[in-house]
Design a protein around this ligand. Structure first.
Ligand code: PGA
Length: 253
């Protein structure tokens, strides 16, 4: 695990952009695992800018998103389908047939989950997975639990997640209670993972992910067992880490 602590959200987004753009430049047929939420918005803005200014080509890239709310149609502005099209897919040249997001409206959710993992395998596996982190240290919608849920599955969202995500809805009641999420093994199978975090409300979760014991009670802690993870945080999100990790780049283990 490597950690890069930046001075600002913008700098965090820039470091992430270098890694994702470099991946696509070096391997135009890359399979990217993508995340939604406020954290990666700067990354998507930058990738769009790199596409427009120097023509970074996404036409052979395949993407798999981490999660989607159950019962949420793709055209619903609160859906993660909608988010991804608005912030990224509609602004670059990823081919529609290469875009995969869990189907929140699937009639048979377990079958859809199984098919999603199978499709990731058939496309050769994920080269680079982008992750945010929840205040409760979730990754994707893998909420704190007594065990790590391996494959793509249906999840019941934690109260903390519902409260955190209520800012995107009219009120807390409107936040869906269930989602489909890639599982921990699905994420761990990615060849390279970058985890982004910004702001003081993520400091505790970042500490658990980087320095805590590996436990399903803090799902992001599993990343300590991955052979190629880069954690990119701003100063505020790094504020509860040991002093030496609060500036610059470090190889942790
Ligand atoms: P956020 O969400 O980027 O909106 O903070 C991250 C997450 O919950 O994984």
């Amino acid at each position: 695990m490597r950690i890069i602590t930046t001075e600002s959200y913008q700098e965090m987004s820039l470091e992430a952009t270098k890694i994702v753009a470099g991946q696509v430049y070096l391997k135009p047929t890359s399979v990217l695992g993508l995340a939604t939420g406020s954290t990666p918005e700067g990354l998507y803005d930058n990738l769009v800018a790199v596409h427009r200014t120097i023509g970074l080509d996404f036409s052979e890239v395949t993407t798999f998103n981490l999660d989607e709310y159950i019962g949420m149609a793709p055209e619903n502005p609160q859906s993660y389908h909608y988010f991804m099209h608005k912030h990224f897919f509609d602004l670059v040249n990823v081919r529609p047939e290469n875009i995969f997001i869990p189907d929140g409206c699937a009639e048979d959710v377990p079958a859809a989950c199984k098919a999603y993992d199978k499709l990731i395998r058939e496309k050769g596996g994920i080269d680079l997975q982008v992750l945010g982190i929840g205040r409760n240290a979730h990754i994707g919608f893998n909420e704190p639990d007594v065990k790590f849920e391996a494959t793509t599955h249906k999840v019941k969202l934690d109260d903390e997640t519902i409260q955190a995500n209520a800012r995107f809805f009219e009120d807390e009641e409107a936040v869906p209670r269930y989602a489909i999420s890639m599982g921990i093994k699905t994420i761990m199978l990615a060849r390279h993972v970058i985890l982004l975090a910004s702001g003081p409300e993520k400091a505790e979760a970042v500490k658990k992910a980087v320095c805590g014991s590996v436990s399903p009670a803090a799902p992001a802690s599993i990343l300590q067992l991955h052979q190629d993870v880069t954690v990119i945080v701003d100063r505020e999100a790094a504020s509860m880490l040991p002093e030496e990790y609060q500036h610059g780049a470090h190889e942790i283990f």
